[in-house]
Design a binder for this molecule. Sequence first.
Ligand code: SF4
Length: 393
Amino acid sequence: MPGPTHDPAPLPAEPEQPALFDWEDTVPPVHDDRRSYDSPAARRLLDIRAVYAEPAAAASPRGRQILAGLPGVPVTEVSSHWRIPSLHGNDGNVARWTRVKTETLVLGVKRTLATRPNGRSADWIAPGASNGCAMACAYCYVPRRKGYANPITLFTNIEAIVEHVRRHVRAQGPKREPNQCDPHAWVYDIGENGDCSVDDLLCDNTADLVAAFRSLPTAKASFATKFVNPALLDLDPRGRTRIRFSLMPADDSKLLDIRTSPVAERIAAAADFHDAGYEVHFNLSPVVLRQGWQRDWAELLGHLDDVLPARVKQQAAAEIIMLTHNQALHEVNLGWHPRAEDVLWQPEAQENKRSQNGAVNVRYTPGVKSGAIDRLTGIIASRAPWLRVRYAF
Ligand code: SF4
């Protein structure tokens, strides 16, 4: 599946925004010391042996910082992070892509800086500081444009990304109407196409974004994660970053969430992240319908109720996201992880829907989906009544 060779068409440049009200008006310092993080979990996930880099990315301060942390690793120049034939596309990579994800890093410059409205998980989707992931969830949509072997691409122009976000936040002014994203703050998703916790093993892009939102009193960063990275506890987010731990029953996770932190570990980390200054929410996602799913979700929610302290429950909220699958991904998965398809591919309960980019997405039929959402919200009401459901999709 060839990917596009450039980011989507650029939007008109945003005008400079005057200060709208009285807030701290200094640009927070961009971190310039890579925090080294070395744990068995990190080493299992990443053992970088090859870097592909756009020349401008390698020469940038962030690029130099990343490469300094990878002494002796060969660097191959590429003209575009979008087009690296030996990495992207699926042909020939199916058998080796967890290796590709473990051993390869791409450095690029994000050329199009655009913030898109969302309205479900967040008010806005900020331009991400990465694309691709070292984990390998069988249902992941992130690699849809580069092919499913895509390893992490880190964007090195983090100063420009942070500045873009700051300008966008300032242009909104205060949030006047509460909504389910947040009653007071504009919420910006900063990790649409990767996992910010894992990116932090390699560079300070996540740290820089957390620092930026610390000084934006009308906004909040938000990202979903399936990896517990204790180094994030040092970032002092002061309530301006929402971390969303993704949860699913342990048996589903073992089958589908390849290379991620165990679900019990994510739950066990919630109180530490809350105490470190994060808002902690949960993504109940994806909800996969299969024999016994209601029993296993009830068990998971009961476990949440048992182990989370009251201070975490008080501020928690959840998103419910039903599985969306994809015809092309189904075919790819049959080549490396066919057991996952036993639960992901349920044609009798699913229907096809062609997405804007032409891909054939596969979703539960409306009747199946709404019945399942009703049942899951009922289970939440009985097992974890403190867990406010922000939205179900
Ligand atoms: S952790 Fe997220 S981005 Fe990474 S493979 Fe899983 S679903 Fe995709």
